[in-house]
Design a protein around this ligand. Structure first.
Ligand code: JFH
Length: 454
């Protein structure tokens, strides 16, 4: 590959003789030319700029000087790689397309790269327009900040392209890891010896030699960093880029791992504005957990009686008795929980047949935890559960912190059983539960709460 840079400050580009780029030139994979634009001026003062037509501040670089310079420099490419090579004229400008690794990889495939560094307010626009008819022209920016000229942006582009040329980066594994590693995520943090430096220890897992745990730890840190610093990159991930184990950490970071990829997830207290949506959501999700043999009209009657907008309004109006949390996914309700708190510290669970198996006091009931079926498996129920348990752990009844939460779930609902058992709930017994005149078997689970420090 050949790269030519045209500038009024050729010394600025001397840094390219150092390190990797210098090695690429010495190794012969890269030919690099740096040219002084003033060599193509024809006046005594070597003028390269003029006042902007139409008025305005500053000066603009003259197209005629640039035209003569680029004719000669483009010809160097033809001598070097023949007339059939791919030539790209790259022009740094604050108004260019943002340079990224994809574009750098594309440019590393060119035969001749010419970089035209402007100064002042930039180069007369007709230069880019004219050369676009003859070669590929790329007006690029290295970020949303304003430099005084294109030289620093030229250094950035040359260094980024040169390290992709064969044999430049000493260890090709480094490059392979970059492109196949945690695609679409920021890097995980790295450490070297000593294991303790100024009181800061290298995380134990990195010294454990346990490769699977190290990989999981690095993946978790990469997800954390990306979520904190580049949420746009997390939102751009597809479901197929997610690995087993990602869902849990994403949930903790405020994302649901939906079939469409990660989406922002917020769990909050329900408000009066939610009642219509809550009732819709409840009517949609409640039947999913009912056994097939339950008559549909019985299920509908239960929903009308207990899960109507009016009932949700009552739950919200009695905040001492009920806790309603909602999961908002991309601004829409995707799930909710309804918990019932005791009015007195020694009040038994209001379902009398649970008294025998749930003896801790004060105890609350997790009455409903439902998630829209289309986003089952996205970590939303986990986020709702975590938030509900945290909210209940912070509640007191007659000055006493809640000690436990119980829930009943249909004995045949395997999905629910697995979920509760996996998330720290203990199966403490069974009870009967009447829906539409039918007596159903419910499994009763209990979870102890640790009072949160207030
Ligand atoms: C460059 C320059 C100011 C005009 C509002 C924002 C810009 C140009 C040539 C690239 C990145 C550059 C860059 C690249 C080439 C040149 C200075 C100052 C304005 C209006 C234009 C001249 C700057 N990523 N940042 N800066 N300049 N203003």
């Amino acid at each position: 590959m050949r790269i030519d840079v045209v500038t009024i400050f050729p010394e600025y580009l001397h840094a390219l003789r150092l390190s990797l780029v210098g090695k690429a030139v010495e190794g012969g994979v890269l030919a690099l030319g740096v040219h002084d634009l003033r060599d193509w001026t024809t006046d005594r003062h070597h003028t390269v700029d003029d006042t902007p037509l139409g008025g305005g501040a500053g000066m603009v670089m003259k197209p005629d000087v640039w035209g003569r310079a680029l004719e000669d420099v483009l010809a160097l490419g033809v001598s070097h790689c023949g007339p059939e090579g791919r030539t790209v004229l790259a022009i740094p400008t604050p108004s260019g397309e943002r340079l990224d690794q994809r574009r750098v990889e594309d440019l590393a495939g060119a035969d001749h790269l010419v970089i035209a560094c402007g100064r002042y307010e930039g180069i007369d626009s007709r230069v880019a327009e004219h050369y676009a008819r003859r070669v590929e022209v790329l007006e690029y920016s290295i970020g949303d900040y304003v430099l005084n000229g294109g030289e620093a942006a030229a250094l950035v582009l040359v260094e980024a392209v040169a390290r992709l040329l064969p044999g430049v980066v000493g260890n090709p594994e480094s490059l392979a890891e970059e492109s196949h590693g945690a695609a679409g995520l920021l890097e995980y943090p790295v450490y070297t010896r000593p294991p303790l430096w100024r009181g800061l220890a290298v995380p134990d897992v990195l010294l454990s030699g346990h490769h699977a745990r190290i990989a999981r730890w690095r993946r978790d840190r990469a997800l954390e960093r990306t979520s904190a610093r580049r949420p746009d990159m997390v939102a751009a991930l597809t479901a197929s880029q997610l690995e087993r184990g990602d869902r849990e950490v994403l949930t903790r970071l405020g994302w649901a791992a939906t079939p469409a990829g990660p989406r922002p997830l917020a769990v909050r207290h329900a408000t009066g504005d939610d009642v219509a949506h809550l009732a819709e959501l409840a009517a949609e999700t409640f039947p999913l957990a009912c056994p097939d043999h339950l008559p549909a009209e019985d299920v509908a009657a239960f929903v009308r009686a207990n899960l109507s907008p009016a009932r949700f309004r009552e739950y919200l109006a009695d905040a001492g008795r009920y806790l309603v949390l909602v999961a908002e996914l991309d601004g829409e309700l995707a799930g909710y929980t309804l918990s019932v708190l005791p009015r007195a510290a020694d009040e038994p669970p209001y379902a009398a047949d649970v008294e025998a198996v749930v003896t801790v006091r004060p105890v609350a009931e997790l009455s409903k935890i439902y998630v829209r079926e289309a986003v089952h498996g996205s970590g939303i129920s986990q986020a709702l559960m975590d938030a509900t348990l945290a909210a209940l752990a912070a509640r007191t009844v007659e000055g006493q912190p809640l000690v436990g939460v119980w829930l009943g779930t249909n004995a045949r609902n395997r999905r629910a059983h697995t979920f509760y058992a996996r998330t720290g709930w203990e199966l403490v017994g069974t009870r009967h539960f009447t829906v539409g005149g039918r007596v159903e078997d419910d499994a009763v689970f209990l979870r102890r709460l640790v009072a949160s420090p207030s």
